[in-house]
Design a protein around this ligand. Sequence first.
Ligand code: TYM
Length: 331
Amino acid sequence: MARDILFSGIQPSGQLNIGHYFGAVKNWLRMQEDFDCMFSLVNLHAITVRQDPVALRKRSLDFVAAYMACGIDPEKSIIFAQSDVPEHSELMWLLSCHTYMGELERMTQYKDKIAKHTDNVNLGLFSYPVLMAADILLYQTKAVPVGADQKQHLELARDLANRMNNAYGKLFTQPEPYIPSTEDGGRIMSLLEPEKKMSKSDENAGNYIALLDEPNVIRKKLKRAVTDTDTVIRYDREHKPGVSNLLTLLSGATGKPIAALEVDYAGKGYGHLKTDTGEAIVALLEPIQANFHHLRNDETELTRVMEQGAEKARIRAHSTLNKVKKAMGLI
Ligand code: TYM
């Protein structure tokens, strides 16, 4: 029996960090066995903010190597660059004509981005969620594993699927988000400012742990992580965001539930928690980093994986796009 389709993607901008790992990639790995998976390097999304073309190309290969180093297997899953499948952009236009300005104006990520990039408030930033909906709907996707910050975008994709299906007959599968709970890593917070999300575009590298950070850098970053003036190791997102984030990271890296960690750390100090979290993350990332360096050395193979992925993706994309164009009366 054909398996349900899973689609997800990461923008090749900044550095992959443990927020992406816990929020998205961990679920990708878990779901890879049960779904027909497509993992995209969403480079068309990345250019909504200025990119250096040479760095973007290099980073795209870094990201493919990182997907594979984490355990995404190109023999089981399709790995491809969004820009290699022009149907994404074409479906986006068709969906744009069914998307209301008000829906896009409400998007919190758009509001955050225009506040941050005041010198480059471009149309792509505004219509970004429509491209994301096209990514998903193009493949008749059933499952979309993402972090909590993508929830609003997923809702738009679902609304557009409904709207189009109601207008033209059944064109798209209704996608379902798979978002880990906050305790499980759906929203990993910044180390120095735990009220805000850990982000790959943060100017201060002390705020995030990159997947490729050296072990000593990881240890140091965790030692500096902001906690609070209290001394109790307890999970409480609202009043103890820093400590709660450390508990989430430690739990994610060791597999031990937060409630059990609270018991283990009763009476212990924050220093202890930070050291152990650092060691657990180092242990988690060490094999990934070793795999990465090995894979990244072979650009021919990485390019082959992307070409093979794009070829498979194009066949699927073509089939949905044709159906949509026909239904809309485009000859
Ligand atoms: P992006 O590139 O910002 O992030 C990639 C994935 O990582 C998750 N994530 C986090 N999860 C937990 N805590 C964090 N601090 C954290 N930071 C990032 C994101 O939720 C995401 O799942 N628009 C998307 C990319 C995209 C996409 C798609 C995803 C484009 N088209 C289609 C799914 C399906 C984005 O900007 O992700």
